[in-house]
Design a binder for this molecule. Structure first.
Ligand code: MN
Length: 135
């Protein structure tokens, strides 16, 4: 995977909620990552194709189409299929965690995020790459 000239790892945040996006951006920036951001699934996919980030954080409820469909499109494109993707879901949707993993997400995190766990999962997933059985 290409890296930015600085060597910093790049994380694409696809999230339509401004507060959530800012929280994740501030957290990852503080930890030394470079962040890219999109508020709609379609923009997120385009940005992923253009910039090939090291990791994508994908909100499930987005204004144009949902994160599962966005994941399907990312996996359908040879350029983006190898990028690890973490689903970020509202607590109300935790019953869907199995469904998210079955859909091919590499991990999931619940909102509101647990900051320590979130940072840990991001770092581990960038290090490990895609879950081999994630399809
Ligand atoms: Mn949302």
């Amino acid at each position: 995977m290409a890296t930015a000239p600085t060597g910093a790892q790049r994380v694409l945040i696809v999230e339509d909620n401004d507060k959530n996006r800012k929280l994740v951006r501030d957290l990852l920036t503080f930890k030394g990552y470079l962040t890219l951001e999109a508020t709609r699934a379609e923009d997120g996919i385009r940005l992923a194709q253009q910039s090939l980030p090291d990791l994508i954080l994908l909100d499930i409820r987005l204004p144009d189409f949902d994160g599962i469909e966005a994941l399907r499109r990312l996996r359908g494109d040879p350029a983006t299929r190898k990028i690890p993707v973490i689903a970020v879901t509202a607590s109300a949707m935790t019953q869907d965690e199995d469904r998210l993993l079955s859909a091919g997400f590499d991990d999931y995190q619940r909102k509101p995020i647990d900051i320590r766990e979130f940072v840990d999962v991001v770092a581990r997933r960038i290090q490990a790459g895609r879950r081999p059985w994630a399809g």
